[in-house]
Design a protein around this ligand. Structure first.
Ligand code: MLT
Length: 363
């Protein structure tokens, strides 16, 4: 946490005067600001040696997978540091939109954030392989990709591209399409609807493949846009739909699974480098343990939350027609459009092989 007014205003100036979201994604910009970020983070620690209270931004409301990961990480860090380090959670986008908090973490303006992977992709395009439609089929695929060799490589790329260190992952489940108009089983049922999507090129393109012209909106603006009828629908996992109380403004869910939502817990590299070696090891270990808890939490809660959305909150769940085949065929046709950004077709082949699937399905 930055507690020097002087330093904070210097950072605000930097942010306003050109170290923008896009420039942060460039390695050179990252290198030129890392030294300043380290200095700023060190200042925040200086008051009590390694004692600190960190701020963690969460885009979602309390009660979802982001909160569960954050809460677990916070209590592990506090316990492992003997109470020296405390972490305060700020849910509901109080510290800014998810994409803003990525930018702010890289600048040392926020200590920690949990964001959906789709909101990190604009800063480090190779993580886009995790949002390519219909590549990840469920929690085991998500775990295999985030915790193995591919996960290590994506973490390194994110650090290189944006000065963001991934400490752990929340696993939130398949993204399900919700809307306020009618049951949707096939892409044609979306005709005439305005669907909110994250500001993520792959997801925008997925909807376009289904004949929809989506409305890209920040997550922090989504509930209000649904409530006011600016958009008719959106997609997110069951646990997120519940935590965000979307059932108050949406009544139909399609049991689709075009993207599996993974949500990295991130820290700016400047903040990380300002920690003692001991505290660096401590946050890495806490991130790993919290990740493992997140996986168990998803498996333990998703089914009952899905049931409660129907039984307590009156949502209707529609199965995609013909085992989702039309959705899959259309959306998978966009894969080649993103080969350049994810590191080439070979990267997708490696991902499919890691998941035990036929790599020749990559066109
Ligand atoms: C989004 O739709 O922008 C995110 O997936 C929301 C989230 O972080 O849960």
């Amino acid at each position: 946490m930055i507690d020097s007014t002087q330093t904070l205003s210097d950072f605000r100036l930097l942010t306003r005067t050109g170290v923008s979201r896009t420039s942060v994604s460039r390695t050179s910009a990252f290198k030129s600001t890392l030294a300043i970020a380290v200095a700023a983070a060190s200042l925040s620690m200086a008051a009590g040696a390694n004692a600190a209270t960190w701020k963690m931004a969460l885009g979602d409301a309390a009660g979802g997978t982001q909160y569960e990961l954050g809460k677990t990480f916070a209590s592990l860090v506090e316990e492992k540091s003997g109470g020296d380090i405390k972490v305060d959670l700020f849910p509901n986008g109080q510290l800014g939109s998810e994409q803003d908090t990525v930018n702010n973490a890289s600048m040392g303006l926020v200590d920690l954030s949990v964001v959906a992977i789709n909101n990190l992709t604009p800063f480090s395009p190779t993580v886009g392989v995790l949002t390519l439609p219909y590549v990840i089929h469920g929690p085991d695929d998500a775990k295999a990709l985030t915790q193995g060799k591919i996960g290590d490589e994506l973490r390194e790329n994110t650090l290189r591209d944006s000065g963001i260190r991934i400490l752990g992952w929340a696993y939130s489940g398949c993204r399900r399409l919700t809307n306020s108009k009618q049951a949707v089983a096939s892409p044609a049922d979306l005709e005439g609807m305005v669907i909110r999507v994250p500001k993520n090129e792959i997801m925008i393109s997925s909807y376009q493949s289904w004949g929809v012209n989506p409305n890209p909106l920040a997550w922090s603006e989504t509930f209000t846009a649904l409530q006011q009828g600016v958009v008719d629908g959106q997609d997110n996992p069951y646990i997120t739909i519940d935590a965000m109380k979307f059932y108050e403004v949406q009544n139909h869910v399609t049991d689709s699974c075009y993207v599996f939502s993974m949500e990295p817990l991130i820290m700016g590299e400047g903040t990380f480098q300002s920690l003692s070696e001991e505290n660096q090891q401590l946050v890495l270990a806490a991130g790993e343990e919290a990740t493992s808890h997140s996986y168990d939490y998803l498996l333990a809660t998703e089914d009952s939350i899905k049931k409660s959305l129907v039984e307590e909150h009156g949502m209707t769940i529609t199965q995609p027609a013909n085992d989702e085949q039309e959705w899959i065929t259309k959306a998978s046709s966009i894969w080649p459009d993103f080969y350049a950004s994810i590191g080439g077709r070979d990267k997708l082949v490696e991902v499919l092989e890691t998941l035990g699937r036929d790599p020749s399905t990559a066109p």
